[in-house]
Design a protein around this ligand. Structure first.
Ligand code: SF4
Ligand code: SF4
Length: 241
């Protein structure tokens, strides 16, 4: 499968939040009210106004303290469960760009049910504007990419953590970096590289960064998704079993 992909090397992320701000700027999204919760996490979660969010997690691994950063966003799944659910309710509300593979929420998502679409996503990404009912998430900066530009977040990243290009190239880069990372971090893995277009390299087991780094979820959410996906009998059911 061709099209485009991101490769995000978490070992290179310094949590500068340049990607988060660049996304807001390009998408003309407003700032949102937030408060100090004793953590650098700000805002606390993704929303219809924040489509890219750097998540922070303090954790002990093998007796050593680690402060881990995870720049979260839609993974642009190759066979997107959100689109499968969307198509069954309102065709064309969620579309997939044939050139890049970007999964895009349109204005028609206002006629979809967020309680169907959000649980279908194995990465807990879709969010809704409570007033207009339109749903939002990253669209791969498809307008920029179609014009030959990089997504705003990738263009801004100062450390080389975020990379973007043809899928084959990104997969090749991801595998090369994984090989290098494994020399120092034997538990290093790529998160769901065969299923998504946003491929994260994790030095440590993915759950240490955030619970939805890979398509495995918490037991309660897994049950919900399993029930839904069983009905669809489409990809991702195999991941969740
Ligand atoms: S990550 Fe979630 S919102 Fe994004 S394409 Fe996959 S299912 Fe849809
Ligand atoms: S811009 Fe790059 S280094 Fe900064 S938070 Fe985003 S991914 Fe990490």
């Amino acid at each position: 499968m061709s099209g485009k992909s991101f490769f995000i090397d978490l070992a290179k992320c310094t949590a500068c939040r340049g990607c988060q701000v660049a996304c807001k700027q390009w998408k003309k999204k407003p700032v949102e009210p937030t408060k100090n919760t004793g953590s650098h996490q700000n805002p606390p979660d993704l929303s219809w106004m924040t489509l890219k969010l750097v998540r922070f997690h303090e954790t002990e691994i093998d007796g050593r303290f680690n402060w881990l950063f995870f720049p979260d966003q839609c993974r642009h799944c190759l066979d997107a469960p959100c689109k499968m659910v969307g198509d069954s309710e309102v065709p064309e509300a969620i579309i997939q760009d044939p050139d890049t593979g970007a999964v895009i929420f349109t204005e028609k998502t206002k006629d979809l049910n967020i309680d169907s679409v959000r649980p279908a996503c194995p990465y807990d990404i879709p969010r809704v504007n409570p007033e207009t009912k339109v749903m939002y998430k990253c669209d791969m900066c498809n307008d920029r990419v179609q014009a030959g530009l990089l997504p705003a977040c990738v263009k801004t990243c100062p450390t080389g953590a975020m990379n973007f290009g043809d899928r084959e190239q990104m997969l090749e880069l991801a595998k090369k970096r994984l090989e290098e990372a494994k020399k120092k971090f034997p538990q290093a893995v790529l998160a769901d590289p065969d299923d998504v277009r946003v491929i994260f390299l994790c030095q440590f087991p993915p759950k240490n960064y955030y619970e939805y780094v890979t398509a495995e979820a918490t037991p309660s959410r897994t049950l919900t998704r399993k029930a839904m996906l069983a009905k669809l009998t489409r990809p991702f059911a195999r991941i969740l079993t």
